[in-house]
Structures are given as structure tokens and as C-alpha cells.
Unconditional design. Structure first.
Length: 139
């Protein structure tokens, strides 16, 4: 199973803020979309988590912006799991814009600290071995 996962998207008009570039909220939405798609790709869909009575909740996000994304840009959100701890996991992201030359421009780097939670109690729960085994770590 590959440790890096690429999630493609096109920046739509709803993602643009008053400064005429992609908003901070759009980046967070794209981070979540990429994480969910990666999880589903390794066999853990939202329904699978619900069936097991667990889920991932955000503890914190951090984003460093390097260049803007604009409406119509084709982006790739590259994501990977950086580490697992007993109840938490750090996931990292890189946002790339496809250029007409065929090259890619790095627009932003980000990370999310996720907490594994028991849905019945609302409390952190040790990450199940079958979840741990589904993901490769890329540091």
C-alpha cells in the first residue's frame, strides 16, 4: 500500500474569497476531503468507521501558504500519515498547482493532528490495530 496519496481537484468559484484567491476554509475542506479519500482508498470508508463505532476528530490544523490558488486552477493535494501515537495521528499535506509547462508549483504545506475517538463515549480511544495496519507511515 502506498504511503503517499494524491487527491485532485479544480478550484471552483465557491472556494474564492474577497481577496480573489482560494480561502483558508477551502484549504481545510480540501485537507479533510483528501484525508477521507485516502482512508477510503486503504479500506476505511466513513461507513466502516461508523460500523466500528469510532471516528477521527481534528485536534489542530496548521497551514503554511507559499503561493495563491485561483479559480480554475487544477490542484493536487498530496497527503500521508506521518505518525501514529496511542490515540492520535499526524497527517501531512502538500498542495500543488499544475502549470501549463507540465511542472507543479508548491502552494502550501499543512498538517492535521487527528484524535481517534469512541463515538459512543466521545472520548479518545486507542487506535485499533486493524486501522493502524491499513496505513503506511511516510516520514
Amino acid at each position: 500500500m502506498p504511503s503517499l496519496f494524491d487527491h485532485s481537484l479544480t478550484v471552483d468559484a465557491d472556494s474564492i474569497d474577497v481577496n480573489r484567491h482560494a480561502s483558508n476554509i477551502a484549504y481545510i475542506r480540501w485537507m479533510q476531503d483528501a484525508a477521507v479519500a485516502h482512508s477510503a482508498a486503504v479500506g476505511w470508508s466513513g461507513e466502516d468507521y461508523l460500523h466500528e463505532g469510532v471516528g477521527w476528530f481534528v485536534r489542530s490544523h496548521q497551514i503554511t501558504y507559499l503561493a495563491p490558488a485561483n479559480e480554475g486552477n487544477e490542484l493536487v493535494v498530496r497527503t500521508w500519515v506521518d505518525n501514529f501515537r496511542a490515540f492520535r495521528s499526524l497527517r501531512k499535506y502538500e498542495f500543488y498547482r499544475a502549470e501549463p509547462s507540465g511542472e507543479q508549483t508548491l502552494l502550501a504545506m499543512a498538517e492535521t493532528d487527528w484524535v481517534f475517538v469512541n463515538l459512543a463515549t466521545g472520548k479518545p480511544q486507542k487506535i485499533a490495530p486493524n486501522v493502524l495496519n491499513a496505513f503506511s507511515i511516510n516520514q
